[in-house]
Design a protein around this ligand. Sequence first.
Ligand SMILES: Nc1ncnc2c1ncn2[C@@H]1O[C@H](COP(=O)(O)OP(=O)(O)OP(=O)(O)O)[C@@H](O)[C@H]1O
Length: 917
Amino acid sequence: MQFDSDSDSDGSHISSTPPRQQPNSPPPPKPPLPVSNKKSKTKTKTSKSNKPLSKPPEILPEQESFPFPSIPSLPFNIRQRTSDAPSTSSSHSIETLPAGFFSKSISFSKIRKPLLNLETSEAEPVVDSAKTVAKSVKKHPNLIGASVVTPIVKALKGAGEGNFVKLNLNGKRKKFLNKGWKKNGKFGSGKRYFRNSNGSNSGRSSRSKRIKSEYKEDDDDDEGDGMGVENAKQQEKKNGWENECEVLEEAVLAARDDASDENLVKLLKLIHGFDSFREGQLEAIKNVLAGKSTMLILPTGAGKSLCYQLSALILPGITLVVSPLVALMIDQLRQLPPLISGALLSSAQTFEESSETLNQLRQGTIKVLFVSPERFLNEEFLSVISGGLAVSLVVIDEAHCISEWSHNFRPSFMRLRASLLHKSLNVGSILAMTATATTTTLDAIMSALDIPRTNLIQNAHLRDNLCLSVSLIKNRMKDLLVLMKSSPFAEVKSIIVYCKFQSETDQISRYLNDNNIKAKSYHSGISAKERGYVQELFGSNKIRVVVATVAFGMGLDKRDVGAVIHYSLPGSLEEYVQEIGRAGRDGRLSYCHLFYDDEMYFKLRSLMYSEGIDEYAVNKFLSEVFPADKSSCGKICSLIKEPASRRFDMKEEVILTVLTRLELGDVQYLHLLPQTNATCVLNFHMTPAVSLAQKVSAIAAILKRSENKHGQYTFDIPTVANDMGVTPVELTNQLYALKLKGEITYEMKDMAYCYRILEAPADFFSLSADITRWLSEVECCKVRKMDAMFNAAYFAVNLCDKMSGCSSSDHTSCLQRIILDYFAGVDNADFCKKIDQSSRFLRADIKVFLQSNSHARFTPRAVARVMHGIASPAYPYTIWGKTHFWGRYTKIDFNVVMEAAKEELKTFIGKDYSSNL
Ligand SMILES: Nc1ncnc2c1ncn2[C@@H]1O[C@H](COP(=O)(O)OP(=O)(O)OP(=O)(O)O)[C@@H](O)[C@H]1O
């Protein structure tokens, strides 16, 4: 079995709603896994191999940015208040509890309805008249609080589509009708802002049809045939529309003047259609409006997004929302209420797309900007933002990514520090949000963001409408089928089955289909188009089950997912809590079953060691990062990702982590620049190279550093940029301008990390020791998280005394307690010792392995990885997976295997094994 992680590199497929526009064609298929040490892609995947998910999804590097002057402005004007917002009422609907399985009685207002018809979607009632705005009260089966006033925005003509901003991440763009939403310009700025405002995804297509027909009506009106009855009706509708806009403007103004509970609830009703705030929301909004940086910890699906949405509307300046995944940003953008103009800026966009977003920002048509953390690395972007735009609020979603002690650390999030945000962006306040942070993670986030303890808003980490059950899996797929065919799972309409390996998802979905359960698999190895399709089918309840890897779910707000089944153990309790958090978002009782077994635990535990590096490797890495040349300070250097990854046997994410540490540690050794291609191959078309060099200094610099083969000039971009005293991005921009003129064409390759050296370390050895210690602590933390997850499952099945509400396989009570303890800092990682500390045959096996592979060079870590079945950049599965020692010692502690390998290597090589590297 190959161990490699499944990632969601562009993340564009993850969203609760179907994409507004599907790309024409999926991205090119990923190249196969390297078979030798020849130049190869380290991010390659084979969909047939089993791929566990040990690392977080990635964000593509930022490559280009463009300076734009910025003009601070609001998307609409605030007028004087003239009237009060309408009021609403509510009612509840109780359904019957499905029989059997869970004995525990749980106090919920809603119990999941038995499955009647899989194909039935819960289409929302359509409110047509603009005049019926807040008077129309409808029952919505999915909402906590049962009955909801149809939000004003829904009643407004055309409400019902996603936010206006283009989601053209795959090179295609959507044309938006550029008609004034309100022609006197009070709201919007020539755009119409639509979305499904009640948070549900159903009824989308019928609503879009309605929107289209309304556009048509408007167009007809504009064409001037408007003396008839129809036009009079239209006019009447428009008047109603304008009145509603006035009501909204007044409500916003009132809340801005006085952020009282009453004013905020009124706005909540108007914007979101909800009667009341959920726990923590009001407090968070009030804090933010008062300019207090706040840490908000609410369970998954508790409504964290609403806190910044409403605040953004009331605050005068723009709100920046930083998210770890492009997919998450797309989803959040879609979920923005229609009145809040939003946009997205990420590395997955093309040059044109990002410059268009920046243009909109400059024009003041954007109120909320979703931005990838890498954008904060980009000085040009910072200069656009800080050039005159007032940033009222910076929201850091999934804020646990800031901390290396979280389950999902992202090096790029390290840059999001209060000092940087305040200094560079002059932000009013910071709102950090997460559902999963242990006390250690929490401390790290709050200290990085300078959030005082008094501004922590924290609720329980779990919603109480989730029934948690666990069992030991014996006959893997059969056990799953039995579970799914028995109550209550048999009655649940929408189910997610989480697996660790891509091939497992395909296998299981086939098996379920063979057994009359409509299922589809979902993982990052399938095309973006297919993933979008699966999501669409699931979102519209056309398929009942999605069998997915971790690539599915983040940002998923399908409200009626009634069950989540873990076919394998998640990597941590945080991951478990995130994934079960996809269930029961409608507030109804939902079921989460966890299967576990020792074998899978051993394999997954081994994977936690896939990112570690040794001190001599760090040392070697540092000596390449900082050239011996003393004059290197101030120079721009680059490290081409793939060869560097293989050379140091370091995953690309680990390289980035170490570079980020060198930038943000106690001493700032370097400054990271946007990742860029390092090599350029240039062709001249109009003016001969030498003549053009006389006119254009960039070409002169390029010719000095180029290798000319058959009229093609190949050069290293950072080297030429250094000669010219510009950044690689600036040089690339100059080339782009020449290309537009038809002078040249070029091809870029060799994606590289770029950085400017600020200070060469005086003592490489102590710096390597320091970095290695830190990485080893991070690794240890991951292993403990895995252990804590296994121990929770093990405790429930084997040790729970079933005295406090647990029964049969239902362990809601004890798991809830374990999870809460875990987040409160109680470490349960040690109580169950499944991992062995010795083996009689280990040394002998290592010896045989070394002898039979005497042609290869090993380090102790490399040997231990093979014995644990962990692929690495220099020791890929395609080569080393063939040895029969592959994964043989997963049950023995990795460090024990490494120590044994160290001893054997000493004997075998007869000298210091570090020379083996
Ligand atoms: N006050 C409220 N009343 C009723 N429903 C609400 C309220 N606030 C939010 N919701 C709904 O709850 C659902 C979940 O909200 P949201 O996606 O913001 O959760 P979240 O806390 O960000 O979850 P996650 O951490 O999983 O991303 C949404 O459909 C939202 O419309």
